[in-house]
Design a protein around this ligand. Structure first.
Ligand code: ATP
Length: 222
């Protein structure tokens, strides 16, 4: 059975944090492949340092060119209107062979906002989540983290979720599991890339060299 990860984000731009955690999750879960899926961005955000979809896509292509286990999908950029994860998951479910196991990969910071996602309860019926640790988001005691996520799942998604500490995951009798996964801590965000760039500081330690060259040649994030 093939195992495939779906890793959505704005990727504005892709950075070394994304690449490190994608590698960790792929190795940790034995995934055959991870699809990086840049989302369409609401037009009203345009003035706030948001690169064109074509540039975000191209930077991902450049960043993963040497990595046969990572692919990029433009499915959300081709769809009109805002991107909804539920639509993307349904799309992939429809195109992969039946025996493929899909996983949705998300940082804990983004997962904490899950109730704002369209049809979020439905998502837990169709795809398991891999929730990655992230510096600055729920650092500290493991127990506190489990409790926060447990409360979120039980109160907002379904009371049937319970934590299995041996497997470090939340299970449910008839819904999909939510796996917690500690990735290499990389304190990098796309916001840091944009801020450093606009302040004239180097972004060499934040993005792959070729992405840095692309950003400079296109004059992005100034
Ligand atoms: P921004 O700073 O613009 O909000 P970002 O760095 O969070 O961007 P996104 O493209 O929004 O990047 O992130 C896509 C996904 O990757 C999210 O689920 C996010 O939690 C996760 N992610 C991004 N960077 C890291 C990191 N350094 N460690 C763990 N997870 C990360």
């Amino acid at each position: 059975m093939k195992k495939i990860g779906l890793f959505g984000g704005t990727f504005n731009p892709i950075h070394l944090g994304h690449l490190t955690v994608a590698r960790d999750v792929r190795e940790g879960f034995g995934l055959d492949k991870i699809w990086l899926i840049p989302s369409a961005l609401p037009p009203h955000k345009k003035e706030k340092q948001i690169a064109e979809a074509s540039d975000r896509l191209e930077m991902i292509r450049i960043a993963i060119a040497d990595n046969p286990n990572l692919s990029v999908s433009d499915v959300e950029l081709k769809r009109s209107g805002p991107s909804y994860t539920i639509d993307t998951v349904e799309y992939f479910k429809a195109i992969v062979p039946k025996e493929t196991q899909l996983y949705f990969i998300v940082g804990v910071d983004a997962f904490l906002d899950i109730e704002l996602w369209k049809s979020f309860r439905e998502l837990f019926q169709v795809i398991p989540f891999i929730v990655m640790s992230r510096p600055g988001a729920m650092d500290g005691e493991l127990e506190k983290k489990e409790k926060t996520l447990n409360d979120l799942l039980v109160t907002k998604v379904s009371p049937g979720y319970h934590f299995d500490s041996g497997k470090n995951a939340f299970f449910h009798p008839d819904q999909q599991p939510v796996f917690l996964f500690e990735v290499t801590p990389v304190d990098i965000s796309a916001t840091m890339v944009r801020t450093d760039r606009s302040k004239g500081r180097t972004i060499a330690s934040l993005v792959p060299e070729k992405v840095k060259e692309y950003i400079e040649s296109k004059g992005l994030y100034l």
